[in-house]
Design a protein around this ligand. Structure first.
Ligand SMILES: NC(=O)c1ccc[n+]([C@@H]2O[C@H](COP(=O)([O-])OP(=O)(O)OC[C@H]3O[C@@H](n4cnc5c(N)ncnc54)[C@H](O)[C@@H]3O)[C@@H](O)[C@H]2O)c1
Length: 418
């Protein structure tokens, strides 16, 4: 593993010190101010979001370079590299020898000389990738969700603690936390604009999503990985993969995580084998501390109405945490929205350069576990508590994962699933 103080940065520090000793007047021209320090990043998971995140990171602050790419599949890496090259950004520095393909590509990328890493593979791999990134002392931007099962979640929490001890910055792709309209509205709610919150609701209802037919030459594992949305060991199911955004807002507004959940769900419309074994709808009643209840609903059924939103009711008003407040202190967001996808990187990089690293691990881990809690309550048909799911041994990773045969797990049946 490359030491975190690279030869190049030692040389840079050495030449800066020498410049300072020999010609103090000139030192300023050799030493970049910390807010402009060059930061080099690698991307693990070069799909749609990874490619977008790399572009956003390049545009988020000056003097940022992308130097290495890793993906399970050559074609995905090539598409990402081509896109980043086409931006004509001066920070594009991806040489052939820093492109890595395969299930262990993340390890080889982490051997490069990097300051930062972006993690954007399917979430089933996130705990291993995050653990390795923190062990190698890299600052991390990681996409949500951060795990698909409780053992993975616990690995993420432990690595997040280590990041704190090492002074590493961790920012998560729950980008609403960096979106001005949410930040300003939720600050007012926290200041008491609607009194004490007594109830909430959140939704991610939408139509269908992409899938790929199995091609000759693809093993079962490759087919499942290329259709990762539809396999719980890879995506966590859509309540975890997608609805986590809205659940994250509820935890943020309530400054808590749920204590328990009761849920229903099923696979009613999207039943063909190409859609794996996940559900196509969930509805969860979450209980939060103080007897506050939050209704959560998510659906992926082609041809149905879309609705992605959050709302809270307080003792003195109500609010849409992304837009407005009604009640004793009415308010409406009217500023420029800005891009939260760029802002999350701007905040991350600024915290690194300022030596005041953000660490969002716990918040995104709790939101991920909130979604896992709802999924397990629906899969089993049982009321489940927070501690129970946090400490659960349920491990979804196929043992000894390698490209080869892998059966599709059965669809969870409430009353039968353990
Ligand atoms: N924050 C957001 O708004 C947002 C939006 C979309 C996706 N996402 C998240 O981003 C992540 C990626 O989603 P996507 O839409 O880019 O999916 P995608 O399928 O387009 O990309 C995933 C990439 O990861 C690669 N990959 C798979 N297994 C890998 C492994 N073990 N090692 C390295 N690479 C691997 C795939 O080959 C693919 O290129 C998911 O966690 C998803 O939930 C977040």
């Amino acid at each position: 593993m490359t030491p975190r103080v690279s030869r190049r940065s030692l040389l840079r520090a050495g030449s800066a010190a020498a410049a300072g000793a020999l010609a103090p007047r000139l030192a300023f021209s050799f030493v970049r101010p910390p807010q402009d320090r060059r930061l080099r990043f690698g991307l693990i998971g070069c799909g749609g979001r990874g490619t977008g995140a790399a572009e956003d990171c390049l545009n988020a602050a000056p003097n940022v370079e992308v130097v290495a790419l890793a993906d399970a599949f050559k074609d995905r890496l090539a598409g990402c590299r081509e896109h980043l090259l086409s931006l004509n950004h001066p920070g594009f520095k991806v040489a052939d020898e820093r492109c890595f393909v395969g299930l262990d590509s993340y390890r080889r990328l982490l051997e490069c000389d990097l300051d930062l890493v972006l993690l954007a593979s399917p979430p089933g791999f996130r705990p291993a990738h995050f653990e390795a990134a923190i062990a190698s002392a890299r600052h991390v931007f990681m996409e949500k969700p951060v795990a698909v099962d409780p053992p993975g979640l616990r690995r993420v929490l432990a690595a997040g603690e280590k990041a704190g001890e090492k002074g590493l910055a961790v920012v998560a792709g729950t980008q609403r936390r960096h979106e001005k309209k949410y930040v300003e509205t939720i600050r007012r709610i926290h200041e008491g604009a609607i009194g004490r919150i007594v109830a909430g609701r959140c939704f991610w209802n939408q139509g269908g999503l992409w899938s790929h037919e199995k091609r000759p030459g693809w093993t079962d594992v490759e087919w499942q990985m290329r259709n990762w949305l539809y396999f719980t060991w890879l995506s966590g199911d859509h309540i975890v993969e997608q609805h986590v955004h809205n659940l994250d807002v509820m935890n943020w507004v309530l400054r808590a995580h749920p204590v328990s959940a009761v849920a229903v769900g099923g696979r009613q419309v999207r039943t063909e084998p190409r859609f794996g074994h996940i559900y196509d709808h969930f509805c969860v009643d979450y209980e939060y501390p103080g007897g506050v209840h939050v209704t959560s609903m998510c659906r992926q059924q082609p041809g149905t109405d879309g609705w992605v939103a959050e709302a809270v009711v307080g003792t003195e008003g109500r609010a849409d945490p992304s837009a407005w407040i009604e009640g004793k202190d009415p308010w409406k967001f009217q500023g420029e929205p800005g891009s939260p996808y760029v802002q999350e990187h701007t905040d991350w990089l600024a915290s690194i350069r300022a030596g005041a690293p953000l660490n969002e691990t716990r918040a995104v881990a709790e939101s991920t576990l909130t979604a896992i809690l709802g999924r397990e309550a629906a899969y089993t048909g049982k009321k489940i508590g927070w501690e129970e799911v946090l400490n659960s041994p349920l491990d979804l990773t196929p043992p000894g994962l390698a490209f080869g045969p892998l059966a599709v797990p059965p669809v969870a049946r409430p009353g039968k699933a353990s």
